[in-house]
Design a protein around this ligand. Sequence first.
Ligand code: TYD
Length: 210
Amino acid sequence: MFFVLEGIDGSGKTTQTDRLEGMLKSKSGRDELVRTREPGGWEGAAAARKFVLDGGLASLWGEFFFFMLDRCEHVERVIRPALSAGKIVLSDRYTPSTLAYQIFSNPAIDSETAEYASRLGDMIGLPVPDAVFFLDVSPDIASRRLAKRGIKDRFDGRGLEYYKSVSAGYKRTMASWSGKWVEIDASRDEDLVFRDIEAEILSMLAVRSE
Ligand code: TYD
């Protein structure tokens, strides 16, 4: 099964992915779980990740195609082989990130182009996650969390207005993931957030093994 965690920077995705990884490894066995992330979740991609996150691309479409390219390689080398072997894949970010950050948050992209971009993943056969857990947190809370942890790259330092537009971008992205999108109130305590996601995942795994 394929689970994805999504949210704006500072939504707590990485903390939750760490905890879910621990829980899934103890329930299903270490070798049954593949924990991964985008961008850069495949061997050899670390330098490309750093280059892009440090602001190395000037063109919006360059950025869009970079994230799509990164995803195609990630799917081919990591995600698809794991799913074919019957493993559980847990990814920190996937296609909704590109749609929220590069497409739907950008007022310069018209709705027809945005619609086309949002269909591209299906058109090229990218696997559809069984669930996308969207950690919903207000940009104010998220930016306070980010300020505490310090800015690591150019994407982290883009400021409150930017995150408001990405957050709105996620709400628009949601429409293309009907039945897969699970909204989680991530402004709450970390344990409560974890328990909600854990409960959803365990019930989906139980249905699969029936
Ligand atoms: P992430 O690894 O979640 O950040 P961190 O290292 O702080 O945990 O993601 C890095 C940045 O990349 C984040 O600001 C979102 C951005 N991003 C996009 O803009 N589009 C994409 O398609 C993806 C996957 C990430």
